[in-house]
Design a protein around this ligand. Structure first.
Ligand code: NAP
Length: 272
């Protein structure tokens, strides 16, 4: 994509995939609008990009608050313009079972990434549709196609995000606004440092058949998605094959995920 004078809004830009994507396209002529909660990290990134000749703006936002997202969007539209590209990469959530997850935890996991993504898209979509151009990319997890033990809240939000993204793709068919889901297997990012239990609960079958992706590899896939305008991209290719296998043989894939996944549910039940 030619980024000259384009406006690219990236959520979750203070870390991991969002940050890597901002850095990748920083020198390509786009105006970057960067959102996350961490004011210091966003401002350091903006400073770095602008010092190297890029054009970046920091809009620190808790994207789980619909009113705040809408108010920030109005400022962004007024001061910078309507985004040509939105990359939804904000998201969090620990991997816990039904027994370990409080009602509040379930709500927070649904809030980010699911509602954060919905609110961000809602805040800009009407303007993009009226202009009849734009591309919305959402980073989702391979967990949106899988079921494995000990990560119930996380799995539910990623399945919800996949349903939202697929439905949105359909509703936008008659417009020139595209949407792409980038569905990734494990990515080496601060996500697993911030959510240490998640790292322990990854079903081991994943590491047996594929390497973790780097944030830079995912950033390059985001760039390619802007040119190809595909509905869904699953990476790496081994994860694509595993998901396809699971669609034909769901019982076998489920058994492999359970056999190599978290084994603590029975103990959790025994403790009740
Ligand atoms: N790492 C993986 O293996 C992997 C694989 C597949 C999919 N994904 C998904 O990709 C997305 C990005 O993951 P990552 O690996 O880049 O994780 P990360 O390094 O932890 O980055 C997450 C980003 O989301 C922001 N964020 C979280 N909650 C927010 C909120 N309420 N409001 C605004 N910003 C918020 C964080 O910034 P602040 O804390 O500053 O707000 C941070 O910038 C997540 O949805 C994750 O589930 C990750």
């Amino acid at each position: 994509m030619n980024f000259k004078d384009k406006i690219v809004l990236i959520t979750g830009a203070s870390s991991g995939i969002g940050e890597a994507y901002a850095k990748l396209i920083a020198s390509e002529g786009a105006k970057l609008v960067l959102q996350a909660r961490s004011v210091d990290k966003l401002e350091a990134l903006v400073k770095d990009i602008n010092a190297k000749g890029g054009s970046a703006f920091s809009f620190p936002t808790d994207l789980t608050d619909a009113k705040v997202v809408k108010a920030q969007a109005e400022i962004i539209k007024r001061e910078i313009g309507i985004p040509d590209v939105i990359v939804n990469s904000a998201g969090a959530g620990n991997w816990l079972s039904i027994f370990d997850t409080s009602e509040k935890d379930f709500g927070e996991m649904m809030a980010s990434p699911y509602f954060a993504t919905v609110y961000t898209i809602k805040a800009f979509l009407n303007d993009m549709v009226k202009r009849n151009s734009g591309h919305i990319i959402t980073i989702n997890s391979a967990a949106s196609y899988l079921i494995f033990p000990g990560a119930l809240g996380y799995l539910s939000t990623r399945w919800a995000l996949r349903a939202f993204q697929n439905g949105l793709y359909d509703e936008l068919r008659s417009t020139n606004v595209s949407t792409t889901s980038i569905v990734a297997g494990k990515v080496d990012s601060p996500y697993f440092t911030n959510n240490p239990i998640s790292a322990q609960r990854l079903p081991k079958i994943g590491a047996m058949i594929m390497k973790a992706l780097t944030v830079d590899e995912v950033a390059m896939v985001i760039n390619r998605a802007l040119d190809k305008r595909k509905k869904t991209i699953i990476i790496p290719w081994q994860m694509f094959l595993a998901i396809k296998f699971g669609q034909f043989f769901p019982g076998v894939l489920g058994m492999l995920l359970r056999a190599t996944g978290y084994k603590g549910i029975r103990k959790e039940i025994a403790k009740l």
